[in-house]
Design a protein around this ligand. Structure first.
Ligand code: NAD
Length: 492
């Protein structure tokens, strides 16, 4: 089994604890790699390295264009290693190789885009209302950024943080999920090869309470960029508040895929299936609620069942597999618990409803694609994030009702609308409380378009021009041009 080491100050290091833990392949349920068990001492070392790199001439005195060049060079190295990194991610978290290859081939664009933005961060000259002063603003990096990421799309979600953070001139300590750390540790080799000075990016692994908490509360960490569950997010937010630290929170969702009676039903059926069963439902933007207009409800459900039944389960490394395992054993149990809860609540299980017993699923943590009808908006299955291949179908009668149901959860990450009416598309996109609204498509993301949550799905934006602002602070500089200091007892 490969034994990995962390990255601190450009060096490969062993954890202070001298301990490693096993990373499990969800398809085989067997350990396949050893990950360093970091702790507070490693956090101190990593933050010290990042802080020292932040103040070093080698980083601070780089021109913004050169910083952009480094990011673009990193993009090329990622592209060259995309296949290898995708295979590591699939082995570590069980997501489909087709999905992970797609992500890895796309990730370089985040580094190219933000590399391009690096030298377009500009201040303003303000025609100030006072005589004899010149006032301008500088957009400055914050310092050491703590990036904390989940297991479902490890490198993609890290890139959404690293690319803008580095483009803005910060340094980073990155803590990947304990369930999927291997790709991050291998990815760490690329920073030096791209020419980043040592310590600009540090990677430490371990558990949330042993590495995440000391990292967030560390005196020299200036900003937290977190993606994960909303309960963890709430706790992380409280820890960050103690140090008055800016934070971005990308949290979970209970997104509604809303199908109107005027929709192209062939497309809508595919959209609803892709919203929930692609990625085995383990995506923050999973369309885990389907709101279906009552007049087409029964026909739509039949079509949905017909398509979902064809889903091929099996080895996620096999390009033909369409639904892979659940990533972790605790998550597998949680998904099965929610299926039981839904049944107890009176929802009608129309497909799946338990562990997958298919031969091709081996000993992995597989759950059958599951569809519930007869769901009411107040049920837990319609309110809480399952993060698995479980769809709750709710009928509606009017646009107003669809909006009320869609907005009737604590979350607000994304929503899908299926309609041929432009008026309806515009009305729905205005009234839906979600950071992303897709019309006649689902699960589209881009490095160019801002992504983030409303309500309990978090705040702050990743990707797009908005993202770089999350990693900058504004300084206002006043320079006297009069040459005489005015009355010291009066505000100028
Ligand atoms: P999680 O909240 O359990 O863990 C996320 C990260 O936080 C991990 O690195 C973990 O080690 C760390 N962590 C855990 N406890 C911590 C603590 N006390 N202090 C500091 N760090 C701590 O989430 P997960 O189970 O890995 O990921 C799934 C969740 O992430 C889902 O809820 C999903 O919706 C959400 N998610 C959101 C987005 C988004 O962009 N909005 C994207 C992907 C996943």
């Amino acid at each position: 089994m490969q034994k990995h080491r962390m990255l601190i100050g450009g060096q490969r290091v062993e954890p202070a604890s001298g301990e490693w833990f096993e990373s499990i392949n969800p398809y085989t349920a067997q350990a396949w790699a050893l990950v360093p068990r970091g702790g507070p001492k490693d956090v101190d070392r990593a933050v010290a390295a990042a802080r020292s790199a932040f103040s070093s001439d080698r980083w601070r005195k780089l021109t913004a264009t050169t910083r952009g060049d480094l990011l673009r060079r990193l993009a090329d190295l990622i592209a060259a290693d995309a296949t290898k990194l995708a295979e590591i991610e699939t082995t570590d978290n069980g997501k489909l190789i087709t999905e992970m290859r797609g992500q890895l081939n796309y990730i370089p664009q985040w580094f190219r885009y933000f590399g391009g933005l690096a030298d377009k961060i500009e201040g303003r000259v303000i025609p100030i209302d006072k005589p004899g002063v010149f006032n301008f603003t500088r957009e400055e990096p914050l310092g050491v950024v703590a990036a904390i990421t989940p297991w479902n799309s490890p490198l993609l979600l890290a890139s959404w943080k690293l690319a803008p953070a580095l483009a803005a001139g910060n340094t980073v300590v990155w803590k990947p999920s304990e369930f999927s750390s291997v790709s991050a540790l291998v990815f760490g080799d690329l920073f030096e090869r791209a020419g980043f000075p040592p310590g600009v990016v540090n990677i430490i692994t371990g558990y949330g309470n042993q590495v995440g908490e000391p990292l967030i509360t560390h005196r020299d960490v200036a900003k937290i960029a977190f993606t994960g569950g909303d309960r963890t997010g709430e706790h992380v937010y409280q820890l960050a508040a103690r140090g008055i630290k800016p934070i971005t929170l990308e949290l979970g969702g209970k997104s509604a895929n809303i199908v109107f009676d005027d929709a192209n039903l062939d497309d809508a059926v595919k959209g609803v299936v892709s919203g929930i069963f692609a990625a085995t439902g383990q995506t923050c933007i999973a369309g885990s609620r389907a709101l279906i207009h009552r007049s087409i409800h029964d026909e739509f459900v039949e079509r949905l069942l017909a398509l979902a039944k064809t889903a091929r389960m099996g080895n996620p490394l096999d390009a033909d597999t369409q639904v892979g395992p659940v990533t972790t054993e605790p998550q597998y149990r949680k998904v099965l618990d929610y299926i039981r809860i839904a049944k107890e609540e009176g929802a009608v299980c129309r497909l799946g409803g338990g562990p997958a017993q298919r031969a091709e699923c081996g000993s992995g943590w597989f759950v059958e694609p599951t569809i519930f009808t007869g769901v009411e908006s107040g049920m837990r299955i319609a309110q809480e994030e399952v993060f698995g291949p479980v769809l709750a179908i709710i009928p509606f009668d009017t646009e107003e009702q669809a909006i009320e149901i869609a907005n009737g959860t604590a979350y607000g990450l994304a929503a899908g609308v299926w309609t041929r009416s432009i008026r309806r598309a515009l009305v729905m996109s205005e009234y839906l409380e979600a950071g992303t609204v897709w019309v006649n498509t689902y699960r589209a993301v881009s490095y160019m378009s801002p992504f983030g949550g409303y309500k309990r799905s978090g705040f702050g934006r990743e990707s797009g021009m908005e993202a770089i602002r999350e990693y900058l602070q504004t300084k206002s500089v006043w320079i006297d041009t009069l040459g005489n200091v005015p009355n010291p007892f009066v505000m100028r």
